[in-house]
Design a protein around this ligand. Structure first.
Ligand code: ATP
Ligand code: MG
Length: 160
């Protein structure tokens, strides 16, 4: 779940595979967050990247990929919102549900962070929180019961 690791793999795949190169991974993420209804310190991210596509097709491809994942999760509406980001300059958030919950954040390249890896290909990428997708799909207000937890078993609280 680390950008350097993705760059490392993509650098070789761009040489070995036909473009566009499409990869995804699902893995645990650990963040020092104050836990809340939408945040836990351990969650699961689905990361996907498509690299080596036409510059002008990035936006429509990003929309397609976002819709593909959101629909596969059983969520019937979503929208994209542009946000400023310290790392990516600009990110596009995928939000849904009554509380406009952030399901994922997307970015596009080429980006200055690509240069040390000698990557100059256009790309789009999205990181989705799987617990957030589940939470919204199930109409739940909080991700506690859908995430990894010692307090719930199969979504049922153990302190009953
Ligand atoms: P937020 O603004 O909601 O705190 P973020 O912008 O910091 O999230 P990103 O770095 O964009 O999060 O991570 C991609 C996705 O991972 C988010 O859109 C969200 O679905 C999920 N996610 C991020 N942090 C958490 C967390 N602490 N607990 C559960 N899911 C998370
Ligand atoms: Mg985000």
């Amino acid at each position: 779940m680390l950008a350097p690791h993705l760059y490392y793999v993509l650098k070789d795949l761009l040489r070995l595979w036909e473009k566009p190169v499409r990869i995804f991974e699902v893995g645990s993420c650990f963040r020092k967050e104050s836990s809340g209804a939408r945040h836990s310190t351990e969650f699961t991210m689905l990361n996907l990247v498509e690299m080596g596509l036409e510059l002008e097709s990035r936006e429509s491809r990003l929309n397609e990929l976002a819709a593909l994942i959101v629909e596969a999760a059983g969520i019937d509406e979503h929208e994209l919102q542009t946000e400023e980001s310290t790392i990516y300059g600009q990110t596009i958030d995928i939000v849904a549900g009554e509380g406009r919950v952030e399901l994922g954040s997307a970015a596009m390249g080429p980006h200055p962070l690509d240069q040390p890896w000698r990557i100059a290909e256009p790309w789009v990428g999205i990181g989705f929180g799987l617990e957030r997708l589940l939470m919204v799909a199930e109409g739940s207000e909080s991700l506690g019961r859908v995430g990894r937890s010692l307090a719930y078993l199969n979504g049922v609280p153990l302190n009953i």
